[in-house]
Ligand binder design. Sequence first.
Ligand code: NDP
Length: 248
Amino acid sequence: MDKVMLITGASRGIGAATARLAAQRGYRLLLNYRSRADLAARLVEEIAAAGGQAEAVQADIADEAEVLRLFEALDRRHGRLDVLVNNAGMLEKQMRVEQMDAARLQRVLATNLIGTFLCCREAVKRMSTRHGGRGGAIVNLSSMAARLGAPDEYVDYAAAKGAVDSLTLGLAREVADEGIRVNAVRPGLIDTEIHASGGEPGRIQRLQGSVPLRRGGTPEEVAEAILWLASEQSSYCTGSFIDVSGGR
Ligand code: NDP
């Protein structure tokens, strides 16, 4: 396969699991990360040792100039884009809405929403048949938080992911006849470091009893859904959502 996939936030967690699975399926990969150059470099080596092809590019997707630099690197190295996985995401310490200041809200929206928007924009410019492209697939990482609201934890993050759902629906319909499918995955409680960054490393243990499947999920289980939405196997899906949340 000569298909090129760009995954944002691929140094660890769901992004890294998606990169490993995509490499096994034969995609050529451009792996973005923000700060963990060590982990990104190790992942690139691991993929190469297994016979895959991947390169890592540092860029903070919250910064428009860095998004442009990331896509310029893609143009230089591959000259095409078949799949964009908008995986980069973050949250901040758990707190109630009345404690949140504007600076926090701006940071949370900048990565989770605006960064996703900017990467979609650059992907559409390259994929759309309207701009001479060959079409492609975009997979956004939303969250069950978009539906549940994340009260007492991070309503700001949940709101950003709710907006990612609207972006997914609107963009899917906007570019449907230009060869681009846009879908999203809504993970539930997945075992990554994101919970520690919210100040509660044991969050999954606390909440897993409320999950119908009675456990947290793995990054690999989310990667399977992402790869399906990226593939031709999902050719009649656009503006669709897969909840990978154990029934929560
Ligand atoms: P992690 O915290 O484990 O990893 C986050 C990744 O995103 C890292 O590679 C990090 O890079 C990167 N990143 C964060 N901010 C930026 C930025 N501004 N620019 C570029 N890269 C950035 O998160 P998960 O793997 O858990 O989450 C992946 C996605 O899934 C996110 O969108 C998240 O919101 C979503 N999700 C996760 C759930 C979960 O339970 N884990 C549940 C629902 C949704 P670096 O390490 O280099 O800083």
